[in-house]
Design a protein around this ligand. Structure first.
Ligand SMILES: [Zn+2]
Length: 302
């Protein structure tokens, strides 16, 4: 089971991110330029290009079952799925896992528990109606997760959550204590039928270095990042990476009113990320790329 990469993509657009929230209210989203479709196509094509022997024809019936295919997990926002159902169908038909990133990118902290439950149930149902397939996984906006949320996520019919990022220096992330659970591979068994798949980070004693992707992938020099991933894969059976479609889009509209730190987090190195991601996937192309759901299957957990 070692040498496994679990590539995940949070499918949202440039105007929906937490860093720019105060400048782009929810009410103005529908007037913003949708760029997510083009950027997701670039990511899908990049994944298909990793292995030249990989069938790229989306209608190829073997595409979803051939274990050598580089498959990834796409956590799709309901707001996006509602407007671009064909994009969701395409992600699914090209052999990738469609999972949920909630509906409107609200942090659970800003919702009542009833509204949170509705958000995660509605987004799951919408994605299932679009693909005709079951949705197994959920990722919370901004990695904000806690034990109460895990209960609600399980109750809504998901079998795993992938929201926990152990890098505590980012104070907007949620907190979980996974030490109380049985760990198999990188999966923490929250209950008999529900698991947490945390974002991968480097642990050095008590120190956690953020190594899962996103802005840290954009900031850390390429070869150092790859060395860190190799270090993680020496200790763990899998490495779980995350990225976003807007991270490969330097042409996106620039929002100037946000605080300097937020702008830095959102815009740093956007112009280099597509090539860096391409080099990263190429660097690890001998490894196995599988979906979150497939990883749990291989561990015999589901
Ligand atoms: Zn998000």
């Amino acid at each position: 089971m070692s040498h496994t990469l679990i590539i995940t993509v949070d499918v949202e657009d440039w105007f929906q991110v937490e860093n720019l929230r105060q400048c782009i209210p929810f009410s103005s989203w529908s007037s913003c330029e949708l760029r997510v479709e083009k950027n997701i196509h670039r990511i899908l094509d990049l994944l298909d290009s990793i292995n030249p022997t990989n069938p790229t024809n989306p209608t190829n019936p073997t595409n979803s079952t051939n274990p050598t295919n580089p498959n990834a997990t796409f956590f799709v926002l309901g707001w996006i799925a509602e407007r671009l159902p064909n994009l969701v169908r395409e992600i699914h038909s090209r052999g990738h896992e469609v999972a949920s990133h909630g509906y409107n990118h609200n942090l659970a902290n800003d919702l009542t528990s009833d509204n949170f439950e509705k958000d995660i149930a509605d987004s799951k149902k919408l994605l299932e109606d679009i693909t005709g397939d079951r949705v197994y996984g959920y990722r919370a906006p901004n990695f904000f997760v806690n034990h109460f949320m895990l209960k609600a996520i399980e109750k809504s019919g998901y079998i795993y959550d992938s929201s926990y990022n152990s890098f505590a220096m980012n104070q907007r992330y949620g907190h979980l204590d996974l030490s109380q659970y049985t760990i198999k591979g990188i999966a923490a068994r929250i209950s008999k039928t529900f698991y947490e798949l945390p974002i991968s980070n480097i642990k050095l004693g008590k120190l956690i270095l953020p190594w899962g992707g996103g802005g840290y992938f954009r900031l850390i020099p390429f070869y150092i990042f790859c060395l860190g991933v190799q270090l993680i894969l020496k200790r763990e059976t899998a490495y779980l990476f995350y990225t976003h479609p807007w991270e490969i889009d330097p042409e996106q509209p620039k929002v100037t009113g946000a605080p300097a730190l937020s702008r830095f987090r959102h815009y740093v190195n956007l112009n280099r990320t597509y090539n860096k991601l391409s080099k990263f996937l190429e660097h690890f192309k001998e490894y196995r790329f599988i979906t979150c759901h497939h990883y749990l299957e291989l561990l015999n957990l589901i």
